[in-house]
Design a protein around this ligand. Structure first.
Ligand code: SAH
Length: 244
């Protein structure tokens, strides 16, 4: 896995100084790609000041309107969460997360998503992640500063990727994983189809889509598998139209 293919995604950051501290942490660990989802103030002098030498990463940062835009092209997405969630979602610590990343194919793109300073990632945002990552910390004071959280994650990823480069553990694979935007399209298609065939009542959706996302995320679909599933959905919609 190439460190340059790992993108850090910050969602609605309030303090531009934190964005500067994040790029510094990234550059120290050899990460290059920053995506900002709807930042409150950017560009900003405080961001440049705190970047102290990592301004090139700030200049190259991509500003996006939505998290879905920021994840385009990524085949694996991790959401950093300061608290353990009520929704059951696959969860890793930073070292386990870095291990998973280090075994991916060279061409894979990966996103590490971080939430707002004064709130956190919403459940809808977390559901766009394959895994949640929680940095084990003092249970009475477990919320790290944003840049500190990025630093911990970036360090673990660097160590795991360089361990792997020396041990040559990573296996090149022939399959290309589906990307986050392809999966988002699939989930929309799936939801519409199960409404069309009368399986999901849109007025009483319960937890169905969340459970289905969890199921398909766990199986790490490749592009061909995703196309097969979309073909099945299209056929089911066609059959439902003929019947009703
Ligand atoms: N007040 C928020 C924390 C904001 S810190 C809360 O209590 O949840 C900003 C971001 O840093 C978080 O959204 C999360 O992405 C990351 N972060 C902070 N502490 C973390 C921890 N212990 N584990 C994982 N991510 C953490």
């Amino acid at each position: 896995m190439k460190l340059s293919n790992i993108r850090i995604v910050l969602v609605q950051t309030t303090h531009p100084g934190n964005i500067g501290a994040v790029v510094r942490a990234m550059k120290n660990m050899g990460l290059e790609q920053l995506h900002l989802v709807d930042p409150k103030h950017f560009p900003h002098a405080d961001a440049s000041a705190r970047a102290s030498g990592a301004d090139d990463l700030l200049a190259a940062a991509v500003v996006c309107e939505t998290l879905e835009d920021a994840l385009a092209g990524c085949s694996l997405v991790f959401g950093a969460s300061a608290r353990l969630r009520t929704i059951a979602w696959p969860q890793l610590d930073p070292r386990q997360c870095a291990r998973v990343i280090s075994t991916l194919d060279e061409s894979a793109e990966v996103a590490l998503v971080f939430g707002r300073e004064h709130a956190w990632l919403t459940n809808e945002e977390l559901e766009q992640c394959h895994y949640l990552v929680h940095i084990p910390a003092n249970p009475d004071f477990s919320s790290l500063n944003l840049a500190a959280a990025v630093q911990v994650m970036a360090y673990e990823v660097r160590v795991a990727c360089s361990d792997n480069a020396t041990s040559q553990e990573s296996e090149p694979s022939n399959t290309q994983l589906a990307t986050a935007d392809e999966l988002a399209g699939f989930y929309r298609h799936l939801e519409q189809t199960i409404i069309d065939i009368g399986f999901l009542d849109p007025d009483n959706p319960r937890q169905l889509m969340r459970r289905l996302r969890r199921l398909f995320n766990r199986s790490r679909l490749d592009k061909m598998e995703l196309n097969i599933l979309r073909g099945i959905l299209a056929a089911a919609q066609k059959a439902a139209r003929r019947r009703y």
